[in-house]
Design a protein around this ligand. Sequence first.
Ligand code: ADP
Ligand code: MG
Length: 188
Amino acid sequence: MQTVLSLNNVSKSYGSIQALKNVSFEVPEGAVFGLLGPNGSGKTTMLSIILDILKADTGSFEWFGKPGSPETRKKIGSLLETPNFYHYLSAVDNLKITQAINGRGNNESIDQALGQVKLLERKKNKFSSFSLGMKQRLAIGAALLGNPDVLLFDEPTNGLDPVGIAEIRELIKELSKQGKPLLWLVIC
Ligand code: ADP
Ligand code: MG
């Protein structure tokens, strides 16, 4: 089985705070891969490094056997902590903006993504009129745009009530049965 992601002795400090110390692991292709850790254990820092948002102090990582590049970055859909959407715009207009920024997919893929997260019927409604669970589903839809090979979710159930948490978990399970992406990395 292909190794999709590998980290090799990655370390990162913020001043005197060491967030990551010699982190190494490999994630093979397939299914849903979870990474668990308490608050402050460096999960978001790790995710930011493999998404090229932050630079590691030492160590390296590879996607599909190659160092990170804008090209590999395009194959990765991500949901980082609190999603940023415009409150006064509709779901579909928000995804148009996401798409313009990440350069993946087209108008058809917006409807496809909205369908996948069960928001197609609400696509013209303003973001501000959505429940927390719907907002989070829209954020998942944004990550799904243009059919990425890999999805990275950082605490996708953060801030939701128990019903909302169950709903998002069920959605991830359902979507992961559809075959693509090759890898889901879910951080909790
Ligand atoms: P997690 O996502 O597992 O909760 P983080 O990666 O957010 O952990 O944080 C790991 C550690 O790094 C924590 O001690 C946190 O306070 C610290 N940290 C994270 N981001 C910054 C930053 N921008 N400046 C200073 N310290 C930070
Ligand atoms: Mg975090």
